[in-house]
Design a protein around this ligand. Structure first.
Ligand code: FAD
Ligand code: NAD
Length: 474
């Protein structure tokens, strides 16, 4: 029996950030995860491998576009085995790093699955088999993450078929199918759809709602949707898959909605219709921890469950299911356990879709403001007026600020365009620091960069943007 002050169940970006901070604050810490190293979904089969592949997709796309700038690289030849090796090495590099950090911090890393015995004890079943390890703890943090949700209507009858993929198998890049159906026009469908389309697959996206990325503002999505329409074979909105059958030649998919014909054959199908929280932790029912009707573990603003010794963080406690939200929650929970009076109360959690162009937002969105009937001022700077965007031959982007009309305080930022994922960080900092339009306007931004679009959007708010003539009425 091992005894620790803190045990963390799940080694994803939430769990390992929590374990690391716990050790930094002087707690004795154990971290449990079935993989050989911490990393979780994000590092092994999520954020990191997908972004490695998207980096290559961007390179291919740029090299094709370069023809118009007088540089012809020819059509790229893709060595799939080498591409897989690159992606796998990126993952290995990350997991080697997390393992090293576990050792340096003297954290007990237990490779296995945790089962809860009671509010102060759990048992770890080692991944490779063998005797279980019992751990007594003062506090536990549950960070068990999420798995792909595959509704019954999107499963093939019988044993299943490797041609119907989830994000994990799609990231393995089994081949470059001639035709790929992506079910779901959200984060994963668009990111992995972009990878496969750039590598040469004819990609069809079906999305059941009237637009791609239902949670994002339409003016931003419109810019992305134009490019997606160009790169994909078909984008079918308000369409659902009602049946799938497989034969030796293809997966035959019957759709309801805008598809014509209704039944179409595909070499492969990627199902990306959301993720389900992994709250089915064995023994959880031996505690007072409660789970809501969507399967999320219920927590308060300090990330404490209904069982005072047990906290929960990350995908398993709710949306947005994002790595940086999980890490931040993990750090909050540990500080609470260490006796600090803190809470999870961000003003802005950035969201980035790493498509081409990237789409990012932070803080209040326009659709959220409309839903809440909140009066906001909106200032938009079109990238057609940005010198930097022109040098990149990417003038289709947009930077948008949402401001409080009275205090002129920044409430939200939305950006679409290459590099939006990097640019949004300035918005997050400005919102968290309570910056107003004058702060953004008066901060000198380097020229020529896309960061100037944030400053100039603030100038638009005052009707004084250098590169946009839009005087303020009245
Ligand atoms: P996870 O990363 O899911 O880790 C949970 C860990 O707990 C897993 O290793 C699991 O095996 C383990 N576990 C489960 N049950 C037990 C148990 N009983 N005992 C021990 N261990 C257990 N987010 C971003 O912010 N940016 C991105 O670019 C991004 N890209 C993504 C791309 C894809 C394809 C996918 C699928 C997801 C992506 N995400 C991205 C989402 C991101 O991966 C998750 O939000 C993040 O991993 C959640 O972290 P977590 O710590 O809550 O859990
Ligand atoms: P998602 O919620 O982003 O998108 C799912 C999409 O599928 C939605 O647009 C939904 O309307 C649609 N849909 C649902 N059921 C459908 C059906 N039967 N037919 C057609 N469309 C249907 O989910 P995801 O793409 O699976 O990603 C899961 C989560 O993982 C994301 O919400 C996000 O939190 C995280 N993620 C983040 C990133 C990133 O940060 N860049 C990347 C990948 C994943």
């Amino acid at each position: 029996m091992t005894s620790v002050q803190l045990v963390v169940v799940g080694g994803g970006p939430g769990g390992y950030a929590a374990a690391f901070l716990g050790a930094d604050l002087g707690l004795s810490v154990a971290l449990v995860d079935p993989e050989a190293s911490p990393g979780g979904v994000c590092v092994y089969r999520g954020c990191i491998p997908s972004k490695a592949l998207l980096h290559v997709a961007t390179l291919i796309d740029e090299s094709r576009r370069a023809k118009a700038w007088g540089v012809d690289f020819g059509e790229p030849k893709v060595d799939l085995a080498k591409l897989r090796e690159f992606k796998n090495n990126v993952v290995k590099r990350n997991t080697a790093g997390t393992s090293q950090l576990v050792k340096a911090r003297k954290i007990q890393y237990l490779q296995g699955l945790a089962e809860i015995v009671d509010a102060h004890q759990l048992r770890v079943k080692p991944t490779g088999g063998g005797a279980g390890v019992e751990i007594q703890f003062e506090h536990a943090i549950l960070a068990t993450g999420s798995t792909p949700a595959i509704p019954a209507s999107l499963q093939l009858p019988g044993e299943g078929d490797p041609r119907v993929m989830d994000s994990t198998s799609a990231l393995d890049l089994p081949d470059i199918p001639r035709s790929l159906l992506v079910v779901g026009g959200g984060y994963i469908g668009l990111e992995l759809g972009t990878v496969y389309a750039t590598l040469g697959s004819a990609v069809t996206i079906v999305e059941m709602t009237p637009g791609l990325l239902p949670g994002a503002d339409r003016d931003l999505v419109d810019v992305l949707a134009k490019r997606v329409a160009r790169n994909m074979k078909d984008v079918l909105l308000e369409t659902r898959v009602v049946q799938m059958k497989a034969d030796a030649k293809a997966v035959r998919v019957t759709m309801e909605g805008k598809a014509d014909p209704k039944e179409q054959p595909f070499d492969r199908v990627l199902v990306a219709v959301g993720r389900r929280p992994s709250s089915d932790i064995p023994g959880l029912d031996r505690t007072r921890v409660q789970v809501d009707d969507r399967g999320f573990i219920m927590v308060d603003e300090q990330r404490r469950t209904h069982e005072p010794s047990i906290f929960a963080i990350g995908d398993v406690v709710g949306e947005p299911m994002l790595a940086h939200k999980a890490s931040h929650e993990g750090r909050v929970a540990v500080e609470v356990i260490a006796g600090e009076n803190v809470a999870f109360a961000p003003r802005a959690i950035p969201a980035v879709v790493f498509t081409d162009p990237e789409l990012a937002w932070a803080g209040l969105t326009e659709s959220q403001a409309a839903k809440e009937e909140r009066n906001v001022s909106i200032a938009k700077f079109p990238w057609g007026a940005s010198g930097r965007a022109a040098t990149l031959d990417r003038t289709d982007g947009l930077t948008k600020l949402l401001l409080d009309p009275e205090s002129e305080r920044l409430l939200g930022v939305g950006i679409v365009g290459p590099g939006a994922g990097e640019l949004i960080a300035e918005g997050v900092l400005a919102i968290e620091m309570g910056a107003n339009a004058t702060d953004l306007k008066l901060s000198i931004h380097p020229h020529p960069t896309l960061t100037e679009t944030v400053m100039e959007a603030a100038e638009v708010f005052f009707g004084q943007a250098t590169h946009v003539y839009r005087p303020k009425r009245g």
